[in-house]
Write a protein that binds this ligand. Structure first.
Ligand code: NAD
Length: 463
């Protein structure tokens, strides 16, 4: 197939989504600029892969320390660029530091095997791939960048990183911190600008040996089709429509009190958002009674304020998209929280009651603070409804019955489940999706593997 690469570069005006004020302008990288950066990264690979494992580890730790020292600065930048609450933004910068520290342990532990064979010795090596392209969406600019570049660099690859058009500022700063920490030029290069220029060039350029893409399922499919041409390695982290399944035997107070945070965190612009709540019919009304005050309690406001729990959406376009599912479709709104009026891309936490499992709001990823609630009849019905989705990224199960918790966890087709909690992400555990939520796993102990090729070498001992 022919994968089209645009050539033009443009200036991107970066707006503060909480105020609509211009923060700065960022020049987009051209196709030529992308090629030049890939060539530099290719040359840097020759020396980076030869850096002694302990030295590569030391450089990654220094990079982690530089991020740690810059946490306040990075967080403030993310608040202005992305409208993330200051609490979340600090966590996100800290997550980059932690992921770097975690994978700094990897260069010295990138073990191969010695496999028993006759007439010789058989060894395997985990070899770096070369230049890795990391393509990042706008919803979590810092963590998603780090989940790609930290293991890629630890395994001996060099990285070209493309942040989203709307949110390049923290990635640019991370690139500067890497250089200041001593990573050689070309080892981590940040290329702000358009997906159709830079991201597309990653797909077609033969020196980019792997792409780590996080973003929409639609663009992910295009990249997968384009990558086929060179049999390019891929990790895809795509959309989600995760279920929060509440059984009648659960701690209902706790399930209802925490449900808003399982979906409205980052204003619902979270691929793991539990945007479908399934409640056992016998406690459905009681759950909604408890859920309403919990939704109204969510503190929506200027994201730089220490007690803000939810900020604005990323853009006017995103607010329009979110609103199309509620106002546009005439959805049955059960209740809503508050949000500021006036400038900024605000949208209130919103709970809708779909007429059934065919409603658009139940099936499609809204990527905003909108959650739909439906009842279920029994365990089998809960599992069937949870799995009735093209996605399979995460989900929650609320029950006091440990047997049921395990049965349902095994039956739900999703990569990241939590029981009696809504946690999805820890840097030390794997993260990724089933079905159209993507493939490959990031984070955790196995995330190095997709950034390496296994090489088998047989050495004869016969003469
Ligand atoms: P998007 O697909 O529009 O863009 C993602 C990135 O791809 C951006 O950097 C963009 O510039 C680039 N891109 C666009 N067109 C391209 C092309 N033709 N070739 C190469 N790159 C291209 O997604 P978005 O709107 O920025 O992010 C929201 C989506 O990301 C949601 O669907 C969300 O669920 C998903 N997401 C998934 C995960 C996960 O881990 N599964 C995490 C976060 C976000």
């Amino acid at each position: 197939m022919t994968y089209t690469v645009e050539r033009s570069s443009t200036m991107h005006t970066i707006l503060d989504p909480a105020t609509e004020e211009v923060v700065t302008e960022v020049a987009g990288t051209s196709a030529e600029g992308t090629d030049a950066a890939i060539a530099t990264a290719r040359r840097a690979f020759d020396s980076w892969r030869g850096v002694a494992p302990a030295d590569r580890a030391r450089l990654l730790r220094r990079f982690a320390d530089a991020v740690d020292e810059a946490i306040d600065e990075l967080a403030a930048l993310e608040v202005r660029n992305s409208g993330h609450t200051i609490t979340n933004a600090r966590w996100e910068a800290g997550n980059v530091r932690d992921v770097l520290h975690y994978y700094a342990g990897a260069p010295e532990r990138l073990f191969g095997r010695q496999i028993p064979v006759s007439d010789g010795v058989d060894l395997t090596f985990k070899e770096a791939l070369g230049v890795v392209g990391v393509i990042v969406p706008w919803n979590f600019p810092m963590p998603i960048a780090g989940w790609g570049f930290a293991p890629a660099l630890a395994a001996g690859n060099t990285v070209v990183l493309k942040p989203a058009e709307l949110t390049p500022l923290t990635a640019i700063r991370l690139g500067e911190l890497a250089l200041a920490a001593g990573l050689p030029e070309g080892v981590l290069t940040v290329l702000p600008g358009k997906g159709s220029v830079i991201g597309a060039r990653f797909v077609t350029h033969p020196d980019v040996r792997k792409i780590c893409f996080t973003g929409s399922t639609e663009v992910g499919k295009q990249i997968m089709a384009g990558a086929a041409d060179q049999v390019k390695r891929l990790t895809l982290e795509l959309g989600g429509k995760s279920a929060n399944v509440v059984f009648a035997d659960a701690d209902l107070e706790q399930a209802a009190a925490t449900a808003p945070y399982g979906v409205f965190d980052n204003a619902g612009q979270d691929c793991c958002a539990r945007s479908r709540i399934l409640v056992e019919r016998s406690v459905y009304d009681r759950f909604l009674e408890l859920f309403e005050p919990a939704v109204r309690r969510v503190k929506v406001g200027p994201p730089s304020e220490a007690d803000a729990e939810m900020g604005p959406l990323i853009s006017a376009q995103q607010r329009e998209r979110v609103s199309s599912y509620v106002e546009g479709d005439g959805a049955d709104v059960a209740f809503r929280g508050d949000s500021p009026q006036g400038r900024g891309y605000w949208y209130p936490p919103t709970v809708v009651l779909p007429s059934g499992a065919d409603d658009r709001v139940w099936r499609e990823e809204v990527f905003g603070p909108v959650v739909a609630v439906l009842p279920f009849d029994d365990e089998a019905d809960a599992v069937a409804k949870a799995n009735d989705s093209e996605y399979g990224l995460s989900g929650s199960i609320w029950t006091r019955d440990i047997g049921r918790a395990l049965r349902v966890s095994r039956a739900v087709e999703a990569g990241n489940l939590s029981v009696n909690s809504h946690s999805s992400v820890r840097y030390s555990t794997p993260f990724g999706g089933y079905k159209q939520s993507g493939f490959g796993r990031e984070l955790g102990p196995d995330a190095l593997d997709p950034f390496t090729e296994v090489k088998n070498v047989f050495i004869s001992t016969e003469g």
